[in-house]
Design a protein around this ligand. Structure first.
Ligand SMILES: NC(=O)c1ccc[n+]([C@@H]2O[C@H](COP(=O)([O-])OP(=O)(O)OC[C@H]3O[C@@H](n4cnc5c(N)ncnc54)[C@H](OP(=O)(O)O)[C@@H]3O)[C@@H](O)[C@H]2O)c1
Length: 332
């Protein structure tokens, strides 16, 4: 089979499209003929050794994908050859070879059928982003549960995979959703997709503009995909007992953070780790996600589908800031 091999930790620019032996499914695993793979910033971070996982080289990136089951290993009865399935968050693309290859081995417990009416590329792009957004929204109660309707949600980096997922899920929960995007065009699209308020994070007096629009409310929950200097602005817009689910760091580290900014309104900051989902928890959350999207008449948003030869261009698009998911067609 052909696969995009990562032979060093020098970034996705160094990936090489090469012929390699087909993988074989082991106990509890299925072999997929990959149809679509979807990219995540984590792939690019991993390729630069900026991710907790450091798999042995050579490695194949790609945590999201969809394909046809072509063989199953011992002990698999949940899928059979001919099924078209997507991969829910698991070790694929992290500890084991990923979906940027013509064939992918995945644990059968982490496979899910394509929801009715969805295109294959939509299934390929959805799981990691939606599971992350689900955790970001529900992690503040124990057991995890959606925030109450009427909660004011702020999403930074809202045009990305996780941002749009958080927007759709937030609206499905009856939340008021304010989003930030650096792009006027993407901001307008986010409004069409259901955002109640849209702001440019670079606008002068962002805090004042957001709080004036929300007055007398403030932000109850923020999903922060960006980090960097925007993080302090997010904290400053929180209301009493406001929370921040820290998802990403697209803008890098927070340059200066004063812990006192958390004191007076008893604000809380909590990390999100999509890798925390067990296969069973991912399946349960995925079922809930699919049923909410169905009830809203929404499907995952695809920014662009690149050909298998164009994987480097696809990573360049991801770095630019897409609107939705960047997908690669691996096979037909
Ligand atoms: N903790 C976890 O388990 C977990 C899981 C998934 C993802 N993540 C992380 O969450 C973040 C978002 O993931 P994603 O898949 O949504 O990424 P994405 O699809 O690349 O989208 C991120 C969005 O953030 C904005 N952005 C990108 N770079 C920026 C910068 N330097 N400054 C300000 N805004 C910037 C862009 O929106 P605009 O152009 O519209 O502003 C972009 O569309 C990434 O850092 C990713 O690694 C974490």
């Amino acid at each position: 089979m052909r696969a995009w091999l990562m032979r060093s930790y020098e970034g996705t620019e160094k990936l090489e499209l090469t012929e390699v032996p087909d993988p074989q499914p082991g106990q509890g695993e299925a072999l997929l003929r990959t149809r679509f793979a979807a990219l995540n910033p984590a792939d690019a971070f991993l390729a630069r050794a900026m991710y907790p996982a450091n798999p042995p080289l050579p490695h194949v990136l790609g945590r999201d994908g969809v394909g046809e089951v072509v063989a199953i290993g011992p002990g698999v009865d949940s899928v059979r050859p001919g099924d078209i399935v997507g991969v829910l968050r698991c070790d694929v693309g992290v500890a084991t070879w990923g979906t940027l290859a013509e064939k992918t081995v995945a644990p059968a417990a982490s496979l899910a059928r394509v929801p009715e009416g969805w295109a294959l590329e939509e299934m390929a792009g959805a799981p990691l982003a939606f599971l992350t957004a689900w955790q970001a929204l529900t992690q503040w109660s124990d057991p995890a549960a959606p925030p109450p309707a009427g909660t004011v949600l702020l999403i930074t980096g809202a045009s990305g995979g996780v941002g749009i997922a958080a927007l759709f899920l937030g609206k499905s929960m009856g939340l008021t959703v304010a989003v930030l995007s650096r792009s006027k065009e993407k901001g307008a699209r986010l409004k069409e997709m259901g955002a109640d308020l849209v702001f440019d994070p670079a606008m002068p007096e962002l805090r004042k503009a957001v709080l004036t629009a929300l007055s007398p409310k403030r932000i109850d929950l923020a999903v922060d995909n960006i980090g960097g200097s925007l993080f302090n602005e997010v904290i400053a817009m929180l209301g009493y007992a406001g929370r921040v689910s820290v998802v990403g760091r697209s803008a890098g580290p927070v340059p200066e953070f004063n812990t006192a900014s958390l004191f007076f309104r008893r604000n809380r900051v909590g990390g999100v780790a999509v890798s925390d989902f067990s296969p069973a928890a991912a399946q349960a959350a995925w079922k809930e996600i699919v049923s909410r999207l169905k009830a809203m008449g929404k499907r995952p948003v695809i920014d662009h589908v690149f050909s298998f030869a164009e994987v480097k261009q696809a990573f360049a698009r991801l770095a630019q800031g897409p609107l939705g998911k960047v997908v690669v067609q691996v096979g037909s």
